[in-house]
Design a protein. Structure first.
Length: 186
């Protein structure tokens, strides 16, 4: 029994060390939405960055219940180290992935820590086992600052452009581009 208690103390200590504070800061710079090619069923046009803190506010709308049999998500990442709009595509990102898998594997790890159901959004919490289909609806986002605790320890500095595109039967049905500034922590 003493051995078990010792192991628990060691594991708790190590997990605290592994969760060290990020060596960088992230600031939202700009957000742009775009419509789909033929139709738009994923609307981000109401999202805006407000105030000096550049908090994300507005609504996101899904016109359909989005299941993986028809819908996919893709994220492309670009970097401008000098912040001069000279972007180069990064080798990381997310290729077209069935929507439910993308939400389970990416949304829950990267965005869900920032979006708290009932606090700053009405978007449903996605449990570990996932949520499928993603329910049709209009979801608000209020005063969101990105929580980067779960982000990778290493990130390129400068402006990162993240382009999220949703596809229905392989045709673009809307998305948005978030520009963030990543700088060394002072």
């Amino acid at each position: 029994m003493k051995y078990s208690a010792y192991v628990i103390v060691v594991l708790c200590t190590l997990s605290g060390l592994l969760r060290a504070e990020q060596t960088y800061t992230v600031k939202n710079e700009r957000f742009e939405s775009f419509n789909g090619m033929k139709e738009t069923v994923f609307h981000m046009s109401e999202l805006k960055l407000i105030g000096r803190q550049r908090l994300i506010n507005g609504t996101v709308t899904f016109d359909d219940d989005m299941a993986s049999d028809h819908y996919k998500a893709q994220i492309e990442l670009f970097s401008s180290p000098q912040g001069d709009d000279q972007y180069k595509k990064l080798p990381m990102g997310v290729p077209r992935t069935p929507i439910c898998e993308a939400m389970k594997d990416l949304y829950t790890k990267i965005l869900q820590p920032s979006l708290i159901e009932g606090e700053n959004t009405n978007f449903p919490f996605i449990p570990e086992e996932g949520l499928c289909p993603i329910p049709k609806g209009e979801y608000y986002i209020k005063n969101v600052e990105l929580n980067i605790d779960s982000w990778p320890n290493q990130a390129p500095r400068g402006i990162i452009k993240a382009v999220l595109t949703l596809f229905k039967d392989e045709i673009n049905v809307g998305g948005g581009t978030l520009y963030i500034r990543i700088e060394d922590r002072e």
